[in-house]
Design a protein. Structure first.
Lengths: 116, 116
DNA sequence: AGGATCTACAACCTGATGGTTGTAGATCAG
DNA sequence: CTGATCTACAACCATCAGGTTGTAGATCCT
């Protein structure tokens, strides 16, 4: 299973986007329900422009999409990006487990007399 | 289940640490086997000092630990931090699924005549 | 039409990031 | 002891990130 072939830059953007509490909160909210940018902005101690930028970062990371709806821009969450992040973390955990397996193998080998 | 009560700053550090290809590669390698800092450094087109800094970032994020071993410093991976990251992402996905459930509920309500 | 609201974008400032070089202390090998 | 290696750390530099204000175009409401 060759999966996705995600580039480093994409992964960088994904994790970078998640590395900010405000952005994580935005993700949380738009996963639950769509919100316009200014709706989102009302709940944070910063300008609308700042929130716009956060949304832009999330959008470039694929965590969020915007759709025009009259004069406002509705922001919605994209679980697919979350899943990609999970898959990546999973892959690292697999490495770890594989290491455990190898250690176990070596021990077993030694018990039986080893490869030498 | 109240889980962990992880602070925003911790999560910031975690994802920030993962938002760099070199650091991810270091994590990958030390999850497979311990490596000294200079061993790690040999494979990257940058100074040992730069790699030291990357390792420091990973350590502050809890993704890695260092143990002195003579004159060298062995770096090892800590899967626990990875799992925390996974749990966080999982929580977001739960929100998404819960949203689907609610939508389904609403549809079902409407089919049966709704709440009004 | 006219005002209020939502968004977009440029310009700017400040602090953090990611890299460098240089110096110096420990430790290992001969 | 001496030299080589590994690490630590300070100082420095350029770029990026996160925030601001200001201006302006669309859209909605009355």
């Amino acid at each position: 299973m060759v999966v996705d072939q995600v580039t480093d830059a994409e992964v960088d953007r994904l994790f970078r986007a998640l590395a900010d509490a405000t952005r994580r909160d935005i993700v949380r909210r738009v996963l639950v329900a769509e919100h316009s940018v200014s709706e989102l902005a009302r709940d944070y101690p910063m300008s609308v422009t700042a929130v716009q930028k956060h949304v832009a970062v999330l959008e470039e990371a694929g965590l969020v999409t915007k759709r025009r709806h009259g004069r406002e821009q509705r922001v919605a969450g994209r679980p697919a990006a979350l899943r990609r992040a999970q898959q990546l973390l999973d892959a690292y955990e697999q490495l770890w487990r594989h290491r455990i397996d190898r250690m176990t193998d070596v021990l077993a080998e030694n018990d039986r007399g080893g490869t030498a």
